[in-house]
Design a protein around this ligand. Sequence first.
Ligand code: FBP
Length: 263
Amino acid sequence: MDKEDVYGLLRKGKTMILAYDQGFEHGPSDFNEHNVNPKYIFDIALEGRYSALAVQAGVAEKYHKKYYRDIPLIIKLNAKTKFMDGDPVSLQHTSVAYARSLGAIGVGYTIYLGSKYEQKMFKEFGKIVEEAHEHGMAVVLWMYPRGLKVENEIANDVIAYGARIAMELGADIVKVKFNGDLEGMRWTVKSAAATRVVIAGGNKTDELSFLKTVEKALQAGITGIAVGRNVWQSDRPIDFSRALNEVIFDGVGAEEAFSRMRK
Ligand code: FBP
């Protein structure tokens, strides 16, 4: 593991992270009979050849050691629920040491940039970067500009500002939302400098549109994706993951990758 491959998170210079912390952030309303079971998600992570699976510590503790030791893990260290209103804040509830003891290769943390609590989150995140890097673990920052002062969380300058702060705080990978603007994302990637940029997925959309979004963001220089619902809410998550692999790691076009998916 070294810093060049972001502590093992990159393959051919790219990454594909499966996110499964929505049960905490949004509640089980995001789930159905299948994906409510963490084992279903671990199977997708394995068969879908994801670079890592991002979960909360409890999910790792109950499932990873027992059944899925081979899947690289990123453990989220903070979270908030959908019941919070006003300026959001999300504080650390799990330690880097505990994440490490659960076998994680990296840790994740969300900052709500522009919230009146941003300083609290900067402070916690700074410590996390120190500790994780001391132990050779990757640090992934979910950078979500959000709060009463943030008028448009997906404005180009706001996304780029978040990516820049991620780099200045020491994140290895920053996860941002993509508004579809190629030039805007190019500037975000430049602003992040040595920090790798990955895009979040958002609500489930049709498979071809999602593949096209990923293809476009790759043209802007992103390193990959960190997505959840678009994959595990799909009724053919493994086929879809295969198409994502082709677009991200092999440079196959979105249309072609989609046409190769089994109907
Ligand atoms: P999705 O691909 O399902 O959007 O997941 C990405 C993610 O960052 C999750 O890791 C997280 O739980 C969720 O989005 C938070 O979304 P929001 O705060 O925008 O509702």
